[in-house]
Ligand binder design. Sequence first.
Ligand code: ADP
Length: 592
Amino acid sequence: MERRPRTLLWQMGLLLMAIQVLIAIVIGVVLVSEARHFYEEERVEELKQLTPWTTAFIESTGLESAALQSAVDRICAQTPGLRITVIASDGKVIVDSLESASAMDNHRFRPEVAVAIEEGSGHISRFSSTLEQDMLYYAVVVTNENKEPLFVVRTAVSMQVINTRITKLTTFIAGVLLVSLIITLLGIYLVSSWLSRRVSFLVRGGRRFASGALNHRIELPGIRELDLLAESLNQMASELETRMEMLQVQQGEVQAILQSMSNGVIALDLEGHVLSMNRAALTMLELMGREVRGHLLEEFVRDPALDGFVRLALGRAEHQFSELKLRSLGGRVMEVTGEPLFDSEDQVSGVLILLNEITHIRQLERIRTDFAANVSHELRTPIMSIQGYAELVREEKDPEQRDKYMEIVLRNIRRLSAIIEDLLSLARLEEPGSSRGLERESLVVYELLHGVRRDCMEQAQLRSIDISVEVASELKVEGNRELLHQALANLLINAVRYSEPDDEVMLLANKSPNGQIVIAVSDTGPGIAKKHLSRIFERFYRVDKGRSRQIGGTGLGLAIVKHIARVHGGSTDVVSEVGVGSQFSIYLPAGY
Ligand code: ADP
């Protein structure tokens, strides 16, 4: 487990207390030794002052034992606590105020005596082995006229009083130290909690910054250094906030650009995991609503062509371009570009795949090519026929046979003219602005449908087909009368042509839920297989070419219907089932 570091105050407190104890010891030692010295000096002074008088008194006894003893005793009686020892110059104790001299050992080498003999006087405080306590000794040597030592007078007082005072002083210093330590501790505690309250502003602020609340500002703790720190942190947060906002704006812009691009953009990492994919790419690859980020593209799109391209782009790390037909996506055609992605250190970090769907363009190209081929083919067939039969007419002598040929020539001319008429209709409808320049009026659908019915009735009756109309009389549609008539007639003629004799064809009209008017032509004819339905409105597209020609179709009828609906801002629709019948619908804006 990681050890938590000690707080600054704890460490400072420890140091402070150590310094305090050290100072107290030094002061104590100095003070005690000074005090001891002072008291000793004081006592020594007292003893010194006593000495001349004592010495004179002792000398007056002629050092006679009994007289000396009584003199010493008398001096000591006058000064309580005083001890006097008279020592011969050889160290032998002559008399002592407290002990029997004979019982005392030689004092020549007692420190104070030795110093006195050397220097004239000496003093010391030491433990007295005779009295078994601390004593302060002052010894002075008495000499004759020749400065030869005669004897030593040693006065002594007990150190007990001094020791008691020193002990009191030491106790006092220790007490002061204790109190000061307690005050220090208390001070440290107060400063520590006060400081930690101040620091906690910073800590809390820092945590809020870390959690992302960069708009938060730390309250100034009220201590200059901490205020500076708080201000720096606030400034840092504000700068970070500005930068984050800038980054977010930039990111938002990039995202917006990416998302609004009509081209698909996919970013992959080096392993092929999706880093991001814009909406267009999701739509193109039919992945809308799927969470693709972090997954391999092949998990979602199992297409060998796309897989191969991605692998190539990842492997080569250079510009790649290809046109792919994605069979897994119904044969959609895409222009795919691969560009290497670089990180901040200019290292390849993945690949950017750009998708440009050109299915529609390719479809249009195909339709255009098909159309050109179809037009040539459709026109050539009747022309060839006309040419051939016209030559036969020229050479034919038999008028009956000639009439027959002429009839074929005429039929082909009619067909040619029908095709050209339809092509011209289509060209007009395709003209730019044909929708805007269209003359429109509000038409009663009932009348429109009955008009169309009237015009087709003859052809229907030839095949014993009945045409019924089901429409609410108040229904109105906004459009061009002639064009809508043409579109509905095309649908109705188809229905009549493809129905069996005695069938019934219906013209229906309704309002769709989105407010449009839907006009439908429904039959019970052969129906159309599903695979043809998506192409049925293309020019010259026919399910059964032979039959279409036989019944006089140009193959352009439905294309014209689709274009008429389109110039009205509407659309077309077909529902059909083989063997059941078909229903073609046109959706148009409602009239008023
Ligand atoms: P056409 O002149 O050949 O009828 P259209 O463009 O009108 O050309 O129709 C295209 C093709 O759609 C037709 O050739 C036919 O195969 C099919 N078709 C159109 N209407 C019907 C219908 N009511 N029932 C069955 N097939 C139809």
